[in-house]
Design a protein around this ligand. Structure first.
Ligand code: KG4
Ligand code: ZN
Length: 333
């Protein structure tokens, strides 16, 4: 049984490595690439190059902080997809080389399964069944999780992901990238009654759609005669609309399944406004489990944790492991 797992994550614009010892976090190193800020979004080719330059040092740092050498590592867990093809490739090739050189096990991990396992790093008692809402820059997934490794898709987005909507609206408002944190901060000063934006597909079902909401914000921005004055109110109106939709569907899923736990994961789950809204809506009905922000943004600790779970099932990847931009979630039905 693998006790020491080295995790590697390079699917987007965070270069990260972590060491887990028997599921417990021994170290976590995250380098956020700032090169993309001047472009207002992630430039894939620049991301690959920055991963290539930083990954060896980030891995060394994680090992050093854990007080371990590579020979103490039992297995290497790496994000194999989904994500940016070139960025993923850097992590996968590096992980393969490490595992091969040290003669250790290798396991490819699905990025969103990583997000799902993030709360488990801090809360080892967390156990299915539960409903999970995974909200990131690329995905919006509402899952029924009867057991680890078994995922029933309740709903996903038909167009933009929740995080993507935050990023696009932030750009409309002239805020930087990534947009989520900037919108959350600004929204605190906004008046919730100034702009009433549509709540797409609120009334029924588990599916999401955010592109119409984004267009509604665009029209409101164009119609504003004083964007300086309106910016915070627009941010607040938009955030309230997104959170209302997310939390309404989450509560609907909790009700439909009868489960007593709801898990939030992915970068958007860094939003305190989201966790507060979910906890308020589910008070007395279900417990809301969410990792701290450091484990919700892209990080290698969650990848190591999901990898450790897969290794425990006896799964191993071989040297043909490939980076796949569109990797399907294992166990999804
Ligand atoms: O999971 P993640 O770090 O990367 C992907 O896998 O995509 O998620 C990044 C997304 C970005 O769209 C970012 O704007 C959003 O998470 N995000 C937030 C907040 N912090 C990060 N969205 C809303 N509120 C936040 N506080
Ligand atoms: Zn992510």
């Amino acid at each position: 049984m693998a006790e020491v797992v080295l995790g590697i994550e390079t699917s987007c614009d965070e270069t990260s490595a972590a060491v887990l010892v028997k599921g417990e976090l021994a170290s976590l190193s995250i380098l956020s690439q700032d090169v993309h800020q001047i472009f207002g979004g992630v430039v894939p080719e620049l991301a690959s190059r920055a991963h290539l330059a930083a990954l060896p040092a980030v891995v060394d740092r994680a090992l050093q902080e854990a007080g371990l050498s590579l020979s103490a590592v039992d297995a290497v867990a790496v994000t194999a997809g989904p994500g940016l093809a070139g960025a993923l490739l850097v992590g996968v090739v590096y992980a393969k080389a490490l595992a091969y050189a040290a003669d250790r096990a290798l396991i490819g991990v699905h990025h969103m399964e990583g997000h799902l396992f993030a709360p488990l790093v801090e809360d080892p008692a967390l156990a299915p069944p539960f409903v999970a809402l995974l909200v990131s820059g690329g995905h919006t997934l509402l899952l029924d999780v009867p057991a680890w490794g078994r995922y029933k898709l309740l709903g996903q987005t038909r167009d933009d992901a929740a995080g993507e909507a935050f990023d696009k609206v932030a750009s409309l408002l002239g805020l930087g990238y990534p947009g989520g944190p900037a919108i959350e901060k600004l929204a605190r000063e906004g008046d919730p009654t100034r702009f009433a934006f549509p709540r797409p597909m609120l009334a029924e079902g588990f599916e999401f759609s955010f592109s119409g909401l984004k267009t509604a914000v665009l029209h409101a921005v164009r119609a504003s005669d004083d964007l300086e004055r309106d910016r915070a109110h627009l941010a607040r109106g938009f955030q309230d609309a997104v959170l209302d939709v997310l939390v309404t569907k989450l509560a609907r899923a909790v009700k439909a399944t009868g489960y007593r736990t709801a898990v939030l994961g992915g970068g958007v789950a860094c939003s305190r406004a989201l966790t507060a809204a979910a906890a308020a809506r589910l008070a007395g009905v279900a417990r809301v489990a969410v990792a701290s922000p450091r484990l919700n943004t892209d990080n290698a600790a969650m990848i190591a944790r999901a990898g450790w779970y897969r290794l425990g099932l006896g799964e191993r990847s071989d040297w043909t492991l490939d980076a796949r931009a569109d990797l399907p979630l294992p166990g999804l039905s």
